[in-house]
Design a protein around this ligand. Sequence first.
Ligand SMILES: *Cc1c(COP(=O)(O)O)cnc(C)c1O
Length: 428
Amino acid sequence: MTVHDELFARSRAVSPGGVHSPVRAFGHVGGSPVYFARGAGATLTGVDGRDVIDFCMSFGPLVLGHADADVTAAAHAAIDDGWSFGACEPYSLALAEWIVSRVPWAERIRFVSSGTEATMSALRVARAATGRLRILKFDGCYHGHADALLVQAGSGLAGASAASSAGVGDAAHSTLVAPLDDVDALEAVFAAHGSSIAAVLLEPLPANYGLLPQRRAWHDAITRLCSSSGALLIFDEVISGFRVGPGGMAERLEIRPDLVCFGKVIGGGFPVGAYAGRRDLMGLVAPEGPVYQAGTLSANPVGMRAGLAALTSMERQDGWRELADRTQTFAGRLREALAPLTHTLAVVDEPGLFWIHRGAGEPLRTPGGIPADNAAWFRAFFHAALDRGVYFPPSPYEVSFLSLAHTESVLDRALDAIRGAATEADRL
Ligand SMILES: *Cc1c(COP(=O)(O)O)cnc(C)c1O
């Protein structure tokens, strides 16, 4: 019995599945989860003292790597000053001004403590603003675990036979679901329900069921149908925001959403989320307007100061361009390294994130396109990589993240390990 097995057995006795978020339990890959004690740069260190190169990066927040020096200093300083006031402070103002001055469609912003709270609150605003009830989301997109959004979701629900959660009652009855990459289906949904749709909520870069970049025409159809029907457009940029670039996917697509949700990167690895958008819509939020939304630990100073430190560090060192370049180069090298295998592997990449899956041919745009043998392949690949010192997110449906701490020498070592792991898993 390893130290990990032992800790997992104890964890299962006191917590459901032994974890506090489902994917961590290694259900998709089998075996006991690795227990980590420390993170530094691109490295995680297990409780047994073993180092691995990390491509999970806390599922996205750590654009600068683990324990980045600037973020560490900001968090230490915040703790020295007392870590929660439940009152007005200048730190959330500084982060709000920084974001609002750089993201034109974020005219005003409200901080919350998670991505889940951000999407949940944005929906409330959209329903209040339009007086409509229905929400349209897409099959395979994940928006956190608010009841109304646990329908055909991705992330920890990806690959589940029942694609939604028990216990949500009729909270999801007003949630419409359309397939990704299907303009006809979109038009049909709007023809049937357009006048009752409060908002379309989407991951502008779907990244919770593998990485499924969408076509321009699909984005354009959504924008057009929203504006002709009066539905609001909500971009869930919890993963893509401040990762694919300072303006997220909205900037890359040149689409101006009515509301935008942030999380992950904006807290520098601390529990911070936010929703933002049009001045008039954000004016509906209490105490200015009738939409109630509050939080005891909202805008927690540690998260605010750490988040601002992370974002300013990225800006100062042209970090988004560097991260994008590094990802593109690494993905190209991966494709080359994996080309000789018997079973073809595809490497999908966008700035700061990538996804390796079995199969080739047309780029995947829907969850249904993922080959049936991918899950079994990933199980073997994941463990073979871990044996060689590389830690991927423990699910075939979770994307991998790069940070600025993934330097060339780290990526060289990772490449060798991945080549070896893929060769071993190729026998499957
Ligand atoms: C992670 C994620 C969320 C949920 O954020 P939490 O902080 O885990 O609540 C919402 N939307 C997207 C796109 C995400 O990737």
